[in-house]
Design a protein. Structure first.
Length: 422
């Protein structure tokens, strides 16, 4: 799809974010909002206020989240978009260097690396899945590739051992977008701790949600220090007899004390919630798989804890009279608010400004020696495009689901499937 067709079809409605996306949600199934905030939230918030903003709630949250994930460093940010922007800026790459990224994700995955002047090269997903694999990544590697940014979409964890092995062979940094997989477990290790660094979101909608929040996790002492310096301190250093100088174009991407208070309270209740999500999504997936023409996302064996943020399924278009959009609309009308395709997650199509820059060879696409002709379209990622054309999801799936809600949701999907069967 060219940017012209995107512009032509654009409905002039601003995208909504956070809890605002769900305020009108209603239906027989549990809805995430109002969401449960940990019982000590008011105590922590009071501490922030009563201390006259002198307590270090952010530091406490950072320590607690790092410990809970078993890593050395947590750098708290106002979201995952800034977390990944800070990481991109902290890496020692040159403008025009390439970062291989999952083709299916939220814009927040790539905003920072684009701002840093790096070129996203979107790897296709493995056939039949919404995640990249070592094979789809390896075919994208060029002499300009510096890093691989993987996304564990919906909470399904990419095969990180294989990806790290490819990266090691080519001398590449690997980092993770773990926004949709907090406390998900892969081969005994946690999502976001499986490579050099991980970015997290604590947006209100997320599994561990605050208001707007996020963080970086890393075991790399030097990277943590640089991320804090660039990301929190605006790369400012004190020089004697002068004052502050900025040695890089740094950010003030600091988490607020009140967000840290809510995040700390959330952290105290997150583990059982994630375990519940894991149990419920496995049950729901098995029920959806019983419906002819409907398939749940395959759960890789290595995803030992499926910290599922959004539920979804693919349909076999040959078996139904209606298209995926209509199928989703009927599922939503049937009682699963928000059920809809997520075509916009196909990043090479959802970012027409990138294609324009590449076509016109504007910076950083003007940087010699460009390793290739860059093209951002659906054809460049056929597996990702193919699955998103058949995929329906709902991000109102939440820890309030009980087994009978999974049965109820599957029954709604089954009814729509039966009513539209050819
Ligand atoms: C996979 C993924 N990456 C990045 C982001 C951006 O996170 P934030 O809203 O905290 O900046 C999101 C949020 O929707 C996401 O789902």
């Amino acid at each position: 799809m060219t940017s012209d067709t995107v512009t032509g079809r654009r409905q002039r409605e601003h995208a909504r974010f956070g809890a605002a996306t769900r305020l009108e949600s209603d239906g027989p199934l549990p809805q995430p909002f109002p969401r449960e905030i940990g019982p000590r939230a008011m105590e922590y918030l009071a501490e922030v206020v009563d201390s006259g903003l002198t307590c270090d709630m952010v530091g406490r949250f950072e320590r607690a989240f790092a410990d809970a994930n078993g890593v050395a460093h947590c750098i708290a940010t106002p979201g995952c978009t800034p977390a990944l922007a800070v990481l991109a800026a902290a890496f020692d790459f040159e403008p025009g260097d390439e970062i291989i990224v999952s083709s299916v994700s939220d814009f927040g995955t790539v905003q920072g690396l684009i701002s840093a002047g790096f070129i996203p090269v979107f790897a296709d997903t493995a056939p039949g899945t919404i995640n990249v694999s070592a094979e789809t990544i390896e075919s994208c590697i060029s002499d300009r590739t510096r890093a691989i940014l993987v996304v564990h979409l919906s909470g399904l964890i990419c095969d990180m051992d294989a990806i790290n092995e490819v990266a090691a062979r080519h001398g590449l940094v690997v980092y993770e977008d773990a926004c949709q997989a907090v406390f998900g477990r892969y081969k005994g290790r946690l999502a976001g701790t499986l490579a050099t660094a991980g970015g997290f979101s604590f947006d209100a909608e997320k599994t561990m949600g605050s208001d707007v929040g996020g963080c970086i996790l890393t075991d790399d002492d030097a990277l943590a220090e640089r991320a804090r310096f660039i990301g929190h301190a605006r790369a400012g250093e004190m020089v004697e007899h002068f004052g502050r100088v900025h040695t890089a174009n740094g950010f003030a991407h600091r988490m607020t004390q009140s967000t840290a208070a809510i995040s700390l309270a959330q952290l105290e209740i997150i583990q059982p919630q994630v375990k519940k999500r894991d149990r419920m999504i496995r049950l729901l997936s098995s029920l959806l798989d019983e419906i002819p023409g409907v398939s749940a996302l395959p759960i890789p064996q290595e995803t030992e804890v499926y910290s599922c943020w959004m539920a979804g399924f693919t349909i076999d278009p040959e078996q139904f009279r209606c298209d995926v959009e209509e199928f989703g609309a009927q599922v939503a009308a049937g009682g699963i608010p928000g059920a809809s395709p997520m075509r916009y997650y196909l990043l090479p199509v959802a970012l027409p400004f990138l294609n324009e820059a590449a076509e016109q060879q504007r910076f950083p696409y003007s940087q010699p020696p460009a390793s290739r002709t860059y093209r951002y379209d659906a054809e460049s990622c056929p597996n990702a495009h193919g699955i998103l054309e058949r995929f329906i999801r709902w991000s109102s799936f939440c820890d309030k689901y009980e087994p009978h809600h999974c049965e109820q949701a599957a029954a709604i999907v089954r009814r729509v499937a039966d009513e539209n069967r050819r």
